[in-house]
Design a protein around this ligand. Structure first.
Ligand code: AMP
Length: 188
């Protein structure tokens, strides 16, 4: 079973979700967002949701083993393994496990797109999203914690994927259309 995968990497508020959704719909890929899946678990009050809720509200990361079990289950249910990962992997352990999983399933990594914008702009966007969407982890204290967690635990993935040659830098400033143009350019 051969397939392709694209990973969107970048800090919270960089616009990964928006870009990933558009790319997924235009390519006919499945978008797999671990944040969205966790929010569904929280809304459905499942065991995983009850465990994840306080962690997400603090802005910390849900343990790797729980995330990996959830991703495995999603991938197992796919008919055609063409996937866009949004917000996953977020730690080196998750990236290593994903490498193994992709190899196992015969999925080729087409690219890792690092969408980046400066810290001030990230905070501005996240506070705006808080007003519009009312996400419980979009308050200022949690936003700062999520940016810290990104710098400590997720940023190391930049050199991880740089060393495999998969990394592409995408400037995240600009309109969604402008950024999308850079996304498709980076994959062609
Ligand atoms: P997101 O919507 O991607 O910003 O994710 C919201 C929250 O869900 C994060 O702040 C984490 O608490 C949790 N989360 C999402 N994806 C992951 C992941 N891959 N590993 C650990 N925690 C995650």
């Amino acid at each position: 079973m051969a397939g392709d995968a694209v990973i969107f990497l970048g800090p919270p508020g960089a616009g990964k979700g928006t870009q990933a959704a558009r790319l997924a719909s235009e390519l006919g890929y499945k978008k797999l967002s671990t944040g969205d899946l966790l929010r569904e678990h929280v809304a459905g009050n499942t065991e995983l949701g009850r465990l994840a809720k306080p962690i997400m509200e603090r802005g910390d990361l849900v343990p790797d083993d729980l995330i990996l079990a959830m991703v495995r289950e999603e991938l197992a249910g796919l008919e055609a393994p063409h996937v866009i990962f949004d917000g996953f992997p977020r730690t080196i352990a998750q990236a290593r496990a994903l490498d193994r999983l992709l190899a196992e399933l015969g999925i080729r990594l087409k690219g890792v797109l690092l969408v980046d914008v400066g810290q001030e702009e990230l905070i501005r966007r996240l506070l705006e999203r808080a007003r519009k969407e009312g996400r419980s982890d979009d308050n200022e204290a949690t936003i700062r914690r999520r940016l810290e967690v990104y710098a400590q635990q997720t940023q190391p993935l930049v050199s991880y994927y740089q060393s495999t040659g998969a990394l592409r830098h995408i400037e995240g400033l600009g309109t969604p259309d402008e950024v999308y143009g850079r996304v498709t350019g980076a994959l062609s």
